[in-house]
Design a protein around this ligand. Structure first.
Ligand code: AR6
Length: 177
């Protein structure tokens, strides 16, 4: 599904983010940027494990809520933006602000590098255990706010794993726009 917000188009797709043809794709990484399972593992495999490991090593980690950039190597995407979402510990440990910050930092970095299109997975909703509905509300909310700023990003794509997450995002965006 596609939604037009001012100069920005927001697309919601079900699929594998490693195949995205956006200028940048966002990785749900860990603070050590050491690679891992889930979307992080898939991105490492598709980009080229050795090259991406070496590039990540040079970055010296990434704090929760922040974002760092590498080349996209073998991906169609030119860049990979590595961001670290919070581990969900019940909701009273600043998780919502940290998740917001992960999305905002990723968009800011994409703007800095002149990206016109960016793809996001559902950060923190796998191994890190963030409740999916609250996470979707934050993800879409931050992107809708960014759309109002009319920056250089013209397209944001949410690439969701599985029909359930996809349906949840469709319902959430229709509630928020
Ligand atoms: N494309 C799109 N989404 C995917 C893909 C894919 N190829 N693979 C998984 N997902 P997770 P987190 C979805 O666990 O919760 C890693 O080990 C998945 O269904 O990848 O932020 C890191 O190294 C879920 O909805 O990330 C960290 O240690 C979403 O991506 C830790 O996991 C995020 O799930 C980060 O945990």
């Amino acid at each position: 599904m596609e939604y037009k917000m001012g100069t920005m188009t927001i697309k919601i797709l079900e699929g594998d983010i490693t195949a995205a043809e956006t200028d940048a794709i966002v990785n749900a990484a860990n603070e050590r940027l050491a690679g891992g399972g889930g979307v992080d593992g898939a991105i490492h495999r598709a980009a080229g494990i050795e090259q991406l490991h070496a590039a990540c090593k040079k970055l010296g980690g990434c704090k929760t809520g922040q974002a760092k950039m590498t080349d996209g190597f073998k991906l169609k995407a030119k860049y990979i933006i590595h961001t670290v979402g919070p581990i969900y510990r019940g909701g009273d440990s600043g998780e919502a602000d940290l998740l917001k910050s992960a999305y905002k930092s990723s968009l800011a970095l994409a703007e800095e590098y002149g990206c016109k299109s960016v793809a996001f997975p559902a950060i923190s909703t796998g191994v890190y255990g963030y409740p999916k509905e609250e996470a979707a509300q934050i993800a879409i909310g931050v992107v809708l706010d960014h759309a109002k700023k009319q920056g250089g990003i013209q397209q944001v794509v949410f690439v969701l794993f599985g029909a359930e997450q996809y349906e949840l995002y469709i319902q959430m965006i229709e509630k928020l726009i």
